[in-house]
Design a protein around this ligand. Structure first.
Ligand SMILES: [Zn+2]
Length: 220
């Protein structure tokens, strides 16, 4: 999930409050190239109780977005996918190939930003995101599921929430209710990715969010 620390709309505090209302046990806060939102959310959740925050980062590697979970230190963007996965593992984190087949191009200068594609199969990822709740990602999710049929990595579902309505629209089920149990489930390949539909108002808010941010064009 994303917060105001990067391009999300909710503050870390709003995110935690809403996640508790949604009945989620564990959330991963993974802002683009920063851990600030995750650290604030984790502190706040500690005080509020009833919800655990996994500190993460969505790292902009040269080859596409890679999520690091259970991080201690920020992983710097701009490295190759292989070096990014290595840096995440080096500090004891888990590396997730998120929306691997979302191939996008920025309309503005700065080059393409996208998922890691087939590198998801070649590198030592701990999990593959096979459900991403961003509206319109059906095909990308199907491709990721196909890839993982052969790969057999742990599957995860991520809301990739940039707005509150997106929270819980894709999710990861695992035995237990704690961040530690989630980690164990990923390591043992016992996670199940799921998703549920948006309400119409949520889709409209997502459209509004999209208009306010840099436009990305999806190309397969
Ligand atoms: Zn991303």
């Amino acid at each position: 999930m994303h917060t105001t620390a990067s391009d999300g709309w909710p503050s870390p505090y709003e995110l935690v409050d809403h996640a508790r209302l949604c009945g989620l046990d564990v959330i991963a806060v993974t802002d683009h190239d920063t851990m600030e939102g995750a650290l604030r959310a984790a502190e706040y959740a500690d005080v509020k109780r009833g919800l655990e925050v996994v500190i993460g980062e969505e790292v902009s590697s040269r080859d596409g977005h890679i999520v690091g979970l259970f991080l201690e230190r920020r992983v710097r963007p701009g490295m190759s996918a292989a070096a990014t996965v290595h840096a995440i593992h080096d500090q004891g984190g888990l590396a997730v190939a998120v929306h691997p087949f979302w191939r996008t191009q920025r309309r503005v200068r700065g080059g393409p930003v996208h998922g890691v594609g087939w590198l998801a199969a070649e590198l030592e990822f701990d999990a593959i995101e096979v459900e991403n709740a961003t509206p319109g990602f059906y095909l990308f999710n199907q491709l990721a599921r196909r890839l993982n049929l052969g790969l057999g990595a742990a599957e995860v579902g991520g809301s990739d929430a940039h707005i509150l309505d997106a929270m819980g629209r894709a999710y990861t089920m695992f035995p237990g209710r704690t961040a530690k149990a989630l980690r164990t489930a990923i390591e043992k390949g016992r996670t199940i990715a799921g998703r549920r539909r948006y309400k119409a108002v949520g889709l409209m808010r997502y459209a509004a969010w999209g208009l306010n941010h840099e436009r990305y064009v999806a190309v397969v």
